[in-house]
Design a protein around this ligand. Structure first.
Ligand SMILES: O=C(O)CCC(=O)C(=O)O
Length: 431
């Protein structure tokens, strides 16, 4: 059965603040975030209609608000029936194909009738039967630096032309240009986040058990994708040399995202506190607001902004969002071993990257190399600024053009200059 979107409803939900009672506060704190999940963006939140397109969509006032609040919620930037639908449809084909591969490999009883299940169930079953490995192909950037990451060249990759096309969508770049300038690079780290309702999660666990796999066992990773996302900022996951780069995340829902099914939550202004990791002050998290969105809306936010997802209370919901990251061209992106590309340029329009097949080939080469030399991908947590700079510089030299990426399976690319590689090894305990 093809996946159909739930009917979107106008945003009439209360936008007023709710006080958190003492007892409930404790309960919420234990099971979700220390904020009232029913609290949605108040009337004066940074919400902008796309009735007028760039330069009116993000003008000087919005740029000021972005810097003050750390985010902008832009309504109707993308066309849900064109740009988003194309990607969604192609992604469903990819997910189904990958799902079937993992189900066959696991000899899963869930293979029977798989194609007849609704899409959210197919997703849940594939996730469970693969023990989460399914996600490593759909969203490789988060784990490609982990020592146990494995890219399987025999399976399809998420680098499909429709994903590339959405990353370069003119309306998205128009909205970003006032924030980043006219030279815009797409960062290598993109993510896809599905939030599963309890009925799908049950199926996921059952499919995992049938395959003898564990799921949600690894601190953070699979849980981050499909359970409630905990409060965090994105910046600490970048290598140290990328942490001062003004990265903007574009969060793009393909389904409606509400306070009951995992809307994105943000703490306005929290980006001004600099680079931080959990735990965050309770009082600060209580200022968190949920930003309800529909397909076509885009949330832009600073990578130092604290964000999370709202609890998933609807048992059958399936919230699905992509997020892409953008930065001013030429600055350190914090993950130099994965391929980004120039998406817009006034200075060098001829260098703007437009070939989805080449982009896919670059990712393939990068993921194979990261798999083969996994223990040599520097950890963001332990690699100092000096080493990070040297590492990025070397990768910029190696991969300045697509040829460089194609040659990454050559072992020599991972043989770093001994004078600083020794220090990285010491820090990582690899000596
Ligand atoms: O979609 C979500 O709920 C969270 C996405 C996110 O936090 C991230 O990828 O950094």
């Amino acid at each position: 059965m093809p996946f159909t979107f739930r009917q979107t409803v106008p945003l009439v939900a209360s936008r007023s603040f709710y006080q958190i009672g003492r007892v409930r506060y404790r309960l919420v704190r234990t099971i979700t975030h220390a904020v009232d999940p029913t609290r949605v963006a108040p009337q004066n939140a940074t919400v902008i209609s796309a009735a007028l397109r760039y330069p009116d969509l993000v003008g000087p006032a919005e740029v000021r608000r972005y810097h003050e609040e750390g985010y902008l919620l832009l309504r109707g930037v993308l066309d849900p029936d064109a740009e988003l639908a194309r990607l969604r449809d192609a992604y469903v084909v990819l997910m189904d194909h990958l799902g079937e591969c993992f189900l066959r490999a696991a000899n899963s009883p869930y293979l029977e009738g798989f194609a007849d299940r609704p899409m959210p169930e197919r997703f849940g079953v594939a996730l469970g039967a693969s023990g989460g490995e399914f996600l490593d192909h759909l969203d490789p950037a988060l784990r490609a630096g982990s020592s146990d990451y494995r890219f399987r060249a025999d399976l399809p990759t998420a680098q499909i032309p429709e994903l590339f096309a959405l990353m370069r969508a003119p309306a998205l770049l128009d909205a970003l240009e006032p924030l980043l300038g006219a030279e815009i690079e797409v960062a290598p780290g993109y993510h896809v986040n599905h939030k599963l309702g309890s009925s799908q999660l049950e199926l996921t666990r059952a499919a995992a058990a049938a395959a003898g796999r564990e799921i949600f066992h690894e601190a953070g990773y699979h849980s981050w994708h499909v359970l409630q996302t905990p409060w965090h900022a994105d910046v600490p996951w970048l290598l140290a040399d990328g942490r001062r780069t003004p990265v903007v995340t574009a969060w793009i829902p393909t389904t409606e995202a509400t306070v009951s099914n995992g809307a994105l939550m943000v703490v306005p202004g929290s980006h001004r506190q600099g680079i931080r990791m959990a735990p965050f002050p309770e009082e600060e998290l209580q200022r968190g607001i949920a930003l309800e969105t529909e397909p076509g809306d885009v949330i832009l936010f600073d990578n130092k902004l604290l964000h999370a997802s709202a609890p998933i209370r609807d048992a059958n919901s399936f919230r699905w969002a992509f997020n892409f990251r953008y930065l001013p061209a030429g600055q350190a992106n914090g993950r130099p071993y994965l391929p980004g590309f120039l998406a817009r340029s006034t200075a060098n329009p001829e260098r703007v990257f437009s070939d989805p097949r080449l982009w896919a080939a670059m990712w393939r080469a990068a993921l194979l190399a990261a798999t083969q030399y996994a223990q040599r991908v520097p950890s963001a947590a332990t690699t100092g600024l000096h080493e990070a700079r040297a590492f990025s510089k070397r990768w910029r030299e190696l991969t300045a053009d697509p040829e460089g990426w194609q040659e990454l399976d050559d072992k020599r690319v991972w043989d770093f200059p001994a004078r600083w590689w020794g220090r990285v090894q010491d820090r990582l305990g690899l000596g």
